[in-house]
Ligand binder design. Structure first.
Ligand code: HEM
Length: 188
């Protein structure tokens, strides 16, 4: 009986330790830093941890220009309704953009221009040798109409894209040419 109780307490203590380990948003992703990992066919790797009401996410992606990710809770017309995040190097500095996809195709609007704001609480983005390492944190629910809430355990359509220049006003290559991808059934 005591042995079982001790084992249960030890198990709880271990779970507690894992849950407390927050990823460091420093532009370097260490083995085991995140609770979840998915490698996409494109070669991009996604990493994420949900801790309390915060999402910690990272990715590596090959790209000569900007890179970004997005998610759609329900697909009605291509990418319309997606929350998107883009990262670029501007004047030598990493910049993050929080956007919202109003239209089925084409350029996302910046949240700032639509009554919202950049919802990232922290980010680090490094572009070295044509490969991005990006890390960011964001509240699961931001309360903004320009964002799509993240509900852990519920499947979404995850999107990846990258441009050929650092100008986020220039589109990625077409999806059928490897500039943008969907991951169906992605669960945060
Ligand atoms: C994080 C940022 C972005 C993501 C994740 C993303 C993702 C996607 C995806 C998955 C598609 C395929 C839609 C479909 O065929 O059903 C698409 C299409 C498209 N996107 Fe984006 N996109 C992003 C940013 C941009 C930007 C910045 C532009 C323009 C400045 C752009 C322009 C387009 C256009 C023109 C299409 C239609 C052409 C195609 O089918 O490939 N996107 N995007």
């Amino acid at each position: 009986m005591m042995k079982k109780l001790f084992a249960a307490i030890l198990a709880l203590a271990l779970v507690g330790t894992v849950a407390l380990a927050q990823p460091a948003i420093d532009g370097a992703i260490a083995d085991g830093e995140y609770a979840n990992t998915v490698e996409h066919d494109s070669g991009a790797v996604l990493y994420w941890t949900v801790d309390g009401d915060t999402l910690y996410m990272g990715y590596t992606m090959e790209a000569s220009g900007w890179s970004g990710v997005g998610w759609l809770s329900e697909q009605t017309n291509r990418k319309a309704g997606a929350d998107v995040l883009m990262f670029a190097i501007v004047d030598g500095e990493a910049v993050s953009y929080d956007g919202f996809q109003d239209s089925a195709r084409g350029e996302p609007a910046h949240d700032e221009d639509e009554g919202g704001s950049n919802s990232l609480t922290d980010f680090a983005a490094v572009h070295e040798g044509g490969v991005w390492t990006v890390e960011f944190s964001r509240p699961l629910a931001t309360g903004q109409e320009t964002d799509v809430d993240i509900v852990p355990g519920e499947a979404v359509i995850f999107m990846l894209a990258h441009g050929n220049t650092m100008d986020v006003g220039r589109a990625h290559d077409r999806s059928n040419r490897g500039g943008a991808f969907y991951i169906e059934g992605f669960v945060f």
